[in-house]
Design a protein around this ligand. Structure first.
Ligand SMILES: C[S@@+](CC[C@H](N)C(=O)[O-])C[C@H]1O[C@@H](n2cnc3c(N)ncnc32)[C@H](O)[C@@H]1O
Length: 344
């Protein structure tokens, strides 16, 4: 590589305008030096003046360019700062939104946990203190009475629990009813049918829900109890008492019954409406025998307590007995002579 090309490579690259300006300055310098040396002082001074003018113009142009570049740099800096600030604002807003949502979720979660804990604590306490040992003892006693011919359906939840069943079956054994009417079929229907099979007697069970009626029928069939027990589907229809309509089992389903001497009132479910079971006595009273026992489940509930109070006030001959076990009320009915039912 030649010496000249090495120098060219080290020099900063010049634009064609810059190279031309440098050439002009170089020529002017050379002219000024030569004219000075050869004694043409006037030409040398004029050339020098042009050289100074050209140099000053170049410096001025350079300053203008620098000022322009500085202005552009400042504008770019301002734009950048605006963009960064906007991004910061968005980020803070997003974080704040997330924080609030997380706070809400946390609050909801904490409330849900507290609710669940309250319920489970209550259930656990009642199951421990009262429930489990008692229900276990009752279950053992229930199965000592029979050897079921098929798996027994579960008790508890919507069905009577073992303590209630135990007392119910005991009452049926002791009172030996001929015709038992059950309002609300299910597990209890199977147990009652087994007792009636041993003791003699029949069961008619009403269910407002075709699905549960069918299910209970199937279980009774599996246990070979269809000669003893019959499930009737009785959809809820308005029953009017004192100008108020209550949805209750269609009374037509009971039209052929008389001398019912034992009743289990375990339906319709409370979810079907307020005072759901209140119409029972009003409708079945004329179907009862001269003496009958009524077992009213869920007697601790407000609507059921109100129904018992209203019945015992309204129906002469209806009294509440003291119960041994369970959450039901036992009522005994003795028909007053004034209310004798005309033979059909
Ligand atoms: C309290 S339940 C009757 C229970 C029945 N006496 C027993 O002890 O097995 C009253 C009515 O609720 C309905 N039922 C039964 N089990 C249910 C369930 N798991 N969920 C909703 N309704 C149910 C049926 O129509 C039944 O006639």
């Amino acid at each position: 590589m030649s010496h000249l090309s090495r120098i060219r490579r080290r020099l900063p690259r010049l634009s064609s305008t810059q190279a031309a300006a440098m050439a002009v300055v170089g020529v002017l310098c050379a002219v000024s030096v030569l004219t000075g040396l050869t004694g043409h002082t006037g030409t040398a001074t004029a050339t020098l003046a042009v050289l100074v003018g050209v140099t000053l113009t170049a410096v001025l142009l350079m300053f203008r360019r620098l000022a322009g570049a500085q202005r552009a740099g400042l504008a770019a800096q301002r734009d950048l700062r605006t963009t960064v600030e906007e991004m910061q604002r968005r980020l803070v807003a997003a974080v704040e939104r997330e924080r609030l949502t997380a706070g809400d979720r946390h609050l909801e979660l904490a409330e849900a946990i507290a609710r669940v804990k309250q319920v489970t604590d209550r259930k656990a306490a009642s199951a421990q203190v009262l429930g489990l040992p008692r229900e276990f003892e009752a279950t053992v006693q229930l199965f000592q009475g029979f050897v079921p011919r098929a798996p027994m359906p579960s008790s508890g939840d919507f069905a009577l629990n073992p303590t209630d069943l135990l007392e119910l079956l005991h009452l049926i054994r002791v009172r030996q009813p001929r015709l038992v009417l059950e309002l609300g079929s299910g597990t209890s229907s199977v147990w009652i049918a087994y007792v009636l099979e041993q003791a003699g007697g029949r069961l008619i069970s009403l269910d407002h829900d075709i699905e549960y009626a069918t299910r209970t029928r199937a279980v009774l069939a599996a246990h070979g109890l269809t000669d003893v027990a019959e499930v009737r589907h009785a959809p809820l229809t308005p029953v009017t008492i004192d100008d108020r309509d209550y949805p209750w089992y269609d009374p037509e389903a009971l039209a052929d019954l008389h001398d019912v001497d034992f009743v289990l009132i375990d339906g319709p479910p409370a979810a079907t409406g307020p005072d759901a079971r209140y119409p029972a006595l009003h409708v079945i009273e004329k179907r009862l025998a001269e003496r009958a026992t009524l077992v009213f489940d869920d007697a601790g509930r407000k609507d059921e307590q109100a129904a018992i109070a209203a019945w015992t006030e309204r129906y002469e001959g209806l009294t509440r007995e003291s119960e041994i076990l369970g959450r039901h009320a036992v009522l005994s009915f003795v028909r007053p002579p004034a209310m004798a039912v005309a033979p059909s």
